[in-house]
Design a binder for this molecule. Structure first.
Ligand code: FE2
Length: 254
């Protein structure tokens, strides 16, 4: 078995190839370690940007650490993809094993993400310090601009894509998921412009057809764990359609 395609992410089920078990284990361990490092650094940065500007000297080393960790993952996997909700964090679709002691910090971080409608972020090319500063600026109390996929007004991001799964989007390929644990909601736009929600829970399998407008939200559920199947990453990037959701995000039930 050989790995002949550059850029395929570990942790995601790539239907085109299989990995050598030993190599895969080593990469998983490294991904876990670097992934945890990015989370603890992001926590430190997001917490302190409440008091200090991203250009403050106290941030020099943390930003450098974050850049190195993210770019190492990008070099190995072809991307860094963070998805976070509650105390559950996925890096490149692998759930991070977090220390019990760090859960309060993780919860703080994901609450900050949620408050800005940030589900996570993707980095597909090596990222520079200024761009990381502009990303962290999103969480500054002085930022009043709404967050878009490419950041906020005046501080647009180039290599970082902010994940806003709660915004209506489509993909050029089917989005196929198998739900392993927890619960969540897929929302769909009907041909007559109506909208509806589908609850998904452990054991469910869902195939969102290519070019179907949809979104994903947690609502009252604190946790979901899912495997995503894909052929290649080009069909997995969300294309935002600009349509507005009709469901109130905070409502307890559909
Ligand atoms: Fe999607």
């Amino acid at each position: 078995m050989t790995s002949d395609k550059k850029g395929a992410a570990i942790g995601q089920v790539d239907l085109k190839k299989a990995q050598q078990p030993g190599v895969q284990r080593g990469r998983d361990t490294k991904l876990q370690q670097l992934g945890r490092q990015t989370i603890s650094t992001l926590y430190m940065l997001v917490r302190n940007v409440k008091m200090y500007d991203p250009d403050n000297d106290i941030f020099v080393q943390p930003f450098e650490n974050l850049r190195t960790a993210i770019n190492t993952i990008v070099a190995v996997d072809g991307l860094y993809q963070l998805q976070a909700c509650g105390t559950t964090v996925y890096v490149n679709n692998k759930q991070l094993q977090l220390d019990f002691a760090s859960l309060d910090n993780v919860r703080f971080l994901t609450e900050e993400f949620k408050a800005r409608d940030v589900g996570g972020f993707n980095v597909a090319r090596p990222v520079q310090l200024q761009e990381l500063k502009d990303f962290i600026w999103i969480f500054s109390p002085r930022n009043e601009a709404s967050v878009e996929e490419d950041g906020v007004q005046g501080k647009k991001l180039l290599n970082i894509k902010v994940g806003k799964f709660a915004k209506i989007h489509l993909h050029t390929d089917d989005e196929v998921r198998y739900i392993l644990a927890g619960r969540g909601y897929f929302g769909f736009v009907e041909p007559d412009d109506g909208q509806f929600l589908v609850e998904v829970a452990a054991g469910d399998y869902i195939n969102v057809p290519a070019n179907t407008e949809h979104w994903f939200e947690m609502r009252d559920s604190g946790r979901i764990k899912a495997v995503r199947y894909f052929i290649d990453t080009s069909g997995w990037t969300p294309v935002y359609t600009g349509r507005v959701r009709e469901f109130a995000e905070t409502a307890a039930t559909a």
